[in-house]
Design a protein around this ligand. Sequence first.
Ligand code: GRF
Length: 210
Amino acid sequence: MPGPTESSSGMREPSRPRFAILASGRGSNADALMRAFKRNFIAGEVVALVSNVEGAGVLERAREHGVPGHVVVSKGLTREAHEGALLTVLEKTGAEHLLLAGYMRILSPWFLGRFGGRILNIHPSLLPEFPGLHGAERQWQAGRSVVGATVHFVDGGVDTGPVVLQGSIEVRGDEGPEGLAQRILNEVEHVIYPRAVRLFVERLTKPVET
Ligand code: GRF
């Protein structure tokens, strides 16, 4: 848990949890998260956005929000070398928790151990159904009438960690796989990811006594 900090009034107050967002692509979820932090819907700080892809759209989203963007390229590197470089960058930023938002890398047990229980991910299906790639489109192809997305903790498997929050919508007959994927993104993912992170922060700061 972060320690107390001095406020402008001179009072000691608990410092806010520090997050880094990891993303590889266009960054619509990262954008939704940064907006939520900015309007204080989530009581924390985004200290960095890290992409493993040079020129990824998400870096521009970070710039728009004034969040420091970093590129730690993964292409051509072994997993060990890439994760070593990533950890060095993250340690410098002071990030305590990680939010994966379209981060297209599987993290090793070594890396997960460094952030045990402090990494969240969003996946475009109602897990445990349709883990892996193209979860949104596969819900259409399977003929599901109710579809959705899941925010979960990251463990050593592919989209297998404990669920934090899920959201769903009803399928329309005429939208096709791409239209449905877009609606899952806009109507579910961008809503539940900020809520899940808010809940995560509440659990950090107001734990339930057992
Ligand atoms: C989203 O569908 C997310 O669920 C998945 O990757 C996609 C990223 O999209 N993990 P975006 O870059 O956030 O727009």
